[in-house]
Design a protein. Structure first.
Length: 170
């Protein structure tokens, strides 16, 4: 893979991560309507969220399959809102770090030490975002009943198998 392709793939990954941080909170703030009335909290289920960029579980997508209670929906909404608020500064720093990397890439003559430093900056910020996402996923998992946790594990195993192209046990 050449440098241009690697650079382009990195930019796409960063854009996807930043967009996911923008869309998850927006989706979490809007309500969804079910038969019998409306409910507050994040719209959940496969239609509401796609898979998180860069991987991840996105347990909040499993609303219908896991039959979340209203209390669980409210708690998940709160967790996602808190995550969004907590990550605002990190996302801003990530965008600045990416701009600094972009500038370093265009520098003449090329400065490999500067490129490595800027890539490390971007990588560290990506790691912070991934850690925050993993922590929220863990908190959501802890909100589930034992039966919901077991079902979630089965759903995640099926998703993992389907990503790999392996047949899943249904």
């Amino acid at each position: 893979m050449n440098t241009t392709t690697t650079y382009r793939n990195r930019r796409i990954g960063i854009a996807a991560a930043v967009l996911s941080l923008a869309f998850v909170p927006l989706a979490a703030q809007s309500g969804s309507t079910q038969a019998g009335g409306s409910r507050q909290g994040p719209p959940m289920g496969r239609r509401a969220f796609g898979p998180p960029p860069g991987g991840g579980i996105a347990l909040e997508r499993f609303d219908q399959a896991l039959a979340f209670t209203d209390e669980q929906r409210t708690q998940i909404h709160t967790l996602l809102t808190e995550q969004r608020d907590a990550l605002k500064a990190t996302v801003a720093s990530l965008m600045q770090a990416q701009q600094a990397l972009d500038s370093a890439v265009m520098q003449t003559p090329a400065d490999d030490a500067l490129l490595q430093a800027r890539v490390a900056d971007v990588g560290a910020l990506h790691a912070q975002v991934q850690l925050a996402r993993a922590q929220v996923e863990s908190k959501i998992f802890q909100l589930l009943t034992a039966d919901q946790q077991q079902k979630a594990q089965q759903l995640v195993a099926q998703m993992t198998q389907s990503r790999r192209g392996a047949p899943s046990d249904r």
